[in-house]
Design a protein around this ligand. Structure first.
Ligand code: ADP
Length: 261
């Protein structure tokens, strides 16, 4: 995760040329509680794609008390969206890092039309066939139940559910033995505000990506294993052909070029 200071954050537009390349971009869409984080972790493990969660990046900034973190705190605590320019700058810095060269999974980004357009500007490769937007569809009634019962491991962010996927030992992560915690914004009032925010700002992205022929719908009410296997199947089906891979943009692309500068 990055612990970038706000003073080092500039808007995506102002950023100097940065090397950028992605072999494959997976965007996970869905309301809070749809399972984006769980599925992104699993997919990253299976595929080697880098998992990028804007929520985790922001919380990491909070923990390190960076200027960005201080600025983002009230938005996160109240279930509102952190301003687009800040999030876009943070994502652009992150995907320019070397561990993203083989592609990445975006979890929680884009969340507004402005962010989707920003991503499109940043990534010329966006038009490539190797982009998949997975829309995780969950019945709204289950979201609050999922989130109030969610617990997360302090060390690596492994996700548990007290009823559906409890840890073996109460309060302890099965994977790394660290303590489990409840996110402060996983309380009912903030959850309802996050869901309202999703409906208002993020749901329009479904039509946006459907119109571009990039959207895949996945029923996400079932067991996480079933959802993972459905995602894997659809990504396998969309594996770029050799011809598409040859015609994709050069390995390194200058962001300024992609911005048309
Ligand atoms: P969830 O999807 O369960 O709501 P996240 O961890 O993705 O949880 O996000 C937590 C909070 O971080 C959001 O409620 C919001 O305040 C902030 N946040 C995360 N991603 C973005 C984003 N792309 N744009 C604006 N704010 C964001």
């Amino acid at each position: 995760m990055n612990g970038l200071d706000f003073h080092h954050q500039r808007s995506a537009q102002e950023r100097p040329g940065t090397l950028w390349y992605s072999a494959r971009l997976v965007i996970l869409l869905g309301p809070p509680g749809a399972g984006k984080g769980t599925q992104a972790q699993r997919l990253a493990q299976q595929s080697g794609l880098q998992h990028l969660s804007t929520g985790d990046m922001l919380r990491d900034n909070l923990r390190h008390a960076t200027e960005l973190g201080k600025m983002a705190t009230p938005f996160i605590n109240e279930g509102r969206l952190v301003p687009d320019d800040i999030v876009l700058g943070m994502v652009q810095d992150r995907i320019a890092q070397s561990d993203c060269v083989n592609g990445f999974i975006l979890d929680g980004f884009p969340r507004t039309l402005a962010q989707a357009r920003g991503l499109e500007r940043i990534c010329r490769v966006y038009k490539s066939k190797s982009i998949t937007v997975v829309n995780l569809v969950v019945h709204p009634d289950t979201l609050v139940r999922r989130l109030t019962n969610r617990r997360i491991c302090k060390l690596s962010g492994h996700i548990y559910h007290l009823i559906d996927h409890p840890p073996i030992q109460n309060g302890i992560c099965d994977v790394d033995g660290s303590e489990l915690m409840q996110r402060p914004d996983d309380n009912e009032d903030v959850i309802r505000e996050r869901i309202r925010t999703y409906e208002c700002h993020t749901r329009p992205l479904i039509d946006y990506y459907a119109a571009r022929g990039l959207l895949c719908r996945v029923e996400a009410m079932g067991h996480p294993d079933a959802v993972s296997s459905e995602i894997k199947t659809l990504l396998d089906r969309q594996e770029p052909t050799k011809q598409e891979a040859r015609s994709s943009p050069p390995l390194a692309t200058r962001v300024n070029e992609s911005l048309g500068k």
